[in-house]
Design a protein around this ligand. Structure first.
Ligand SMILES: [Zn+2]
Ligand SMILES: [Zn+2]
Length: 127
C-alpha cells in the first residue's frame, strides 16, 4: 500500500502527513483510555514516514511510561503515541483515512462499557 494521508488537530494549527500506513487498529489499555477518553483508534506507521507540515512547535510530549504521548498544546488533540520504530497515530485526525480496523490490543484492560465493533482479531495484551 502506498498512500499519503493528511491529519490535522482540532484547532487546525498542527498538520501532518503519514506515508504508507501499515494498519489501523485499536488500543484499549488504561493509558490510552485516559489519554483519549476512550480506546485509541490509531494507524501504525514507520516513524520516518510521519512528518509535521505545520505547527510542530505546538506539539508537546507527555513522557508516559512505555509510549510518550504527543499532543497539540493549543487544543489538546492526541496526535501520536511513540512506540520507538513505529508511531501509533490517532486515526480520527486523518479525515481521508479509509482502512478497515485489523486489530484490537490490550482488550483485557478495556472499559466495561466499551463494546468492540467488527470482527478484527482481539488480543488480551499485545500482538
Ligand atoms: Zn490543535
Ligand atoms: Zn494503549
Amino acid at each position: 500500500m502506498s498512500e499519503t494521508l493528511k491529519g490535522a488537530c482540532l484547532c487546525g494549527k498542527v498538520e501532518y502527513e503519514v506515508k504508507d500506513p501499515e494498519g489501523l487498529g485499536y488500543c484499549h489499555c488504561s493509558r490510552c483510555q485516559r489519554w483519549t477518553g476512550s480506546s485509541l483508534a490509531g494507524v501504525v506507521v514507520a516513524k520516518e514516514n510521519f512528518h509535521f507540515t505545520q505547527g510542530e512547535d505546538l506539539v508537546t510530549c507527555y513522557e508516559s511510561e512505555f509510549a510518550p504521548r504527543n499532543f497539540c498544546s493549543n487544543c489538546g488533540s492526541s496526535i501520536y503515541d511513540d512506540l520507538g520504530e513505529k508511531y501509533f497515530v490517532a486515526a480520527g485526525l486523518m479525515r481521508e483515512l479509509d482502512m478497515e480496523p485489523s486489530f484490537h490490543l490490550q482488550v483485557a484492560y478495556k472499559a466495561g462499557w466499551m463494546e468492540i465493533p467488527g470482527n478484527a482479531p482481539q488480543y488480551a495484551e499485545g500482538m
